[in-house]
Write a protein that binds this ligand. Structure first.
Ligand SMILES: Nc1ncnc2c1ncn2[C@@H]1O[C@H](COP(=O)(O)OP(=O)(O)OP(=O)(O)O)[C@@H](O)[C@H]1O
Length: 286
């Protein structure tokens, strides 16, 4: 096992390249994930997210570039390294006739210092299903089981590939709380997601990847200079129509409108571009 200092990033990637035949999936990516942060990878279908993550997990061979994950090259890492890394792939969650409790207990044996299976099952919200056979679980419950298997080994670094696909809104919120708890306990988390609100809710920083290349790395708040983007003020006029104005000085505009009304302005809203607006512009789909 390699020794890491706290200052060393959890993940350092430089010039990463991977092609499948003529199809270049990852075209020279540089990336750094700090220890303890929640890092989200966003990008359209086929952008290269899963390929990148699978290289970081040691499941895929790269064509070029250097990769260090928890101080080791994942392609040549040993079992001790693997025990420090938790992985939640895109959808497995079914283990024939075994129960949830049996599966989690079985996986716990693969790790040198696993968490308590019952506690982990409760943590992912499956306590009531501990004795249920996995093939009877709903889609969202199977994903929860995947997450349980990803964290049973008490990983330092957790990879989550589209973890909340198929979750209902309540389950998604519960999952976010779980990720925040893990993060607060010091786990470094890398997640890919198609849900912009998920990235916004969880990520300290995010990377946008398109056609195998990084488009941006930023905090969710600062992406595309969103904080300083023009605001849109809208309100209802005396005639009942909706008026809408884009402005870089929304406070002054609202004051001006309010003065004209001498009271509450009907239907008043002030909005900035959402993370999704900025993201869609960035990947060129607008
Ligand atoms: N095993 C494979 N063999 C051949 N081509 C592949 C393979 N895996 C991925 N690709 C191709 O590499 C590119 C990147 O795919 P990847 O799965 O990394 O994208 P992604 O960003 O994870 O997409 P999604 O959001 O749909 O999961 C795509 O063009 C895909 O078709």
């Amino acid at each position: 096992m390699s020794v890491m200092t706290q200052e060393e990033p959890a993940i350092a990637v430089s010039g990463l390249r991977k092609a499948y035949g003529d199809n270049v999936a990852v075209a020279g990516v540089d990336l750094e994930v700090r220890r303890g942060e929640v890092f989200a990878l966003l990008g359209p279908n086929g952008a290269g997210k899963t390929t990148t993550v699978e290289i970081l997990e040691g499941y895929r061979h790269r064509d070029g570039g250097t990769v260090s994950v928890l101080g080791a090259d994942p392609e040549h890492a040993d079992r001790a390294w693997r025990a420090r890394v938790g992985i939640v792939l895109q959808g497995t969650g079914e283990f024939d006739d075994l129960t949830v409790g049996e599966v989690v207990t079985h996986f716990a044996q693969f790790y040198p210092s696993p968490d308590d299976p019952a506690a982990v099952i409760a943590r992912v919200g499956l306590a009531a299903k501990a004795k249920a056979r996995t093939h009877t679980l709903s889609g969202g419950q199977k994903r929860r089981l995947d997450v349980a298997l990803g964290i049973i080994g008490r990983p330092e670094l957790l990879f989550l590939d589209e973890p909340t696909t198929g979750f209902d809104p309540e389950a998604r919120r519960e999952f976010w709380d779980l990720i925040r708890d893990l993060s607060a306990a010091g786990t470094t988390i890398v997640l890919t997601t198609h849900y912009l609100e998920e990235a916004e809710a969880l990520a300290d920083r995010l990377a946008v990847i398109a056609d195998g290349a990084l488009v941006a790395v930023s905090t969710p708040q600062a992406l595309g200079d969103r904080q300083n983007a023009p605001a849109t003020v809208s309100w209802r006029t005396a005639e009942g129509t909706v008026e809408r104005k884009e402005t870089s000085t929304p406070t002054a505009l609202v004051a001006e409108i309010a003065a004209g009304y001498g009271g509450e302005v009907p239907g008043l809203t002030v909005t900035r571009p959402t993370l999704e607006d900025v993201y869609l512009t960035m990947i060129g789909h607008r």
